[in-house]
Design a protein around this ligand. Structure first.
Ligand code: 13P
Ligand code: SF4
Length: 310
């Protein structure tokens, strides 16, 4: 790319020219969040993808999110700036193994967390996100047997909140399992008035200490509404950008990871750059495409989630 190009102005121009919309997840780089038409959590992003009137969706997020957008709007062109932007949680649940797992529980209903492949969604009865998992489980009859995958931490949290006995798949997110309880305790001693907030993809011993547990948009809302002046935030650090923007006078501290990790960045989310967004919109590549039968089978469980979450 010519270094003299004003990437932001060019992306805005291409967006208008192609009637494109930019959807960005909270974990994206700040500069990407700042040019997005909509920034949100997984539920908000899928709701936007379902209702947009744009011809092209440029998804600033990871592969499973762009797939979800494609499933909900199959007639639209869905672009992902880097096809290698995957997800460790999604990778922890290969569909052929999950299909075998599911065979062991023929009378169970399958709820899958949205952080999984389109193939896995096609094997599910209902999809959920971190902001509606509890609500979705509670919408089902008390005696309904349920398999929940792929995230064992969100699954354990939902089990605890609902009192239901879910059968869990043993998957996890690499970013949400790095937090150090000792270091968080040290930080809380240093900032005694701080609130500690955590995403339900974190491990149980971390969640046990939290003042608030919720999805990225839930956490953001909590920091706006709560009167505390300092927040220790246990999730991917991209969310701090919107927290700081919404509450400039408050202090946000990323929860410290263990000594094997330097930061709380998701290496997949952070593969996207402004330069890649520009190229992607310019060439309309890479595009996310899915077989028609997968789209058809995966649509129902996602739409069921959207109906319950309305
Ligand atoms: P939410 O934005 O839905 O909370 O999801 C977090 C996440 O890990 C997305 O990859
Ligand atoms: Fe996947 Fe975790 Fe990255 Fe989210 S933060 S995209 S769950 S690896």
């Amino acid at each position: 790319i010519d270094p003299s190009i004003d990437l932001i102005a060019e992306i805005q121009r291409l967006k208008k020219e192609k009637n494109a919309v930019i959807l960005a997840h909270y974990y994206q780089e700040s500069e990407i969040q700042d040019i997005a038409d909509y920034i949100g959590d997984s539920l908000g992003l899928s709701q936007q993808a379902a209702k947009t009137e744009a011809d092209v969706i440029l998804f600033a997020g990871v592969h499973f999110m762009a797939e979800t957008a494609k499933i909900l709007s199959p007639e639209k062109k869905v672009l992902l700036p880097d096809l290698k932007a995957g997800c460790s949680l999604s990778d922890s649940c290969p569909p052929h193994l999950f299909a075998k797992f599911k065979e062991q529980y023929p009378d169970h209903l399958v709820i899958t967390y949205v952080n999984c492949t389109a193939e896995l969604k096609a094997l599910s009865d209902i999809v959920c996100t971190s902001s509606n998992a509890v609500q979705i489980v509670e919408s089902l009859p008390k005696d309904q047997k349920i398999i929940f995958g792929p995230d064992r931490n969100l699954g354990a949290y939902v089990k605890k909140k609902t009192g239901r006995d879910l059968v869990l798949w043993n998957g996890a997110c690499m970013v949400h399992e790095i937090f150090s309880q000792d270091r968080i305790n040290g930080l809380r001693a240093e900032y005694p008035t701080a609130k500690f907030i955590a995403h339900p993809e974190c491990e149980d011993h971390i969640l046990a200490q939290a003042d608030y547990i919720g999805s990225t948009s839930g956490m953001l809302k909590y920091t706006i509404e709560n009167s505390a002046d300092t927040f220790i935030v246990a999730t991917e650090s991209g969310i701090l950008h919107q927290m700081q923007k919404a509450s400039p006078s408050k202090t946000f501290i990323p929860a410290p990871p263990n000594n094997l990790c330097a930061c709380n960045d998701c290496p997949h989310m952070k593969l996207n750059t402004l330069e890649k967004l520009y190229n992607c919109l310019h060439y309309e590549l890479p595009e996310v495409v899915l077989p028609a039968d997968v789209i058809q089978r995966a649509q129902k469980p996602i739409e069921r989630m959207l109906e319950i979450s309305e």
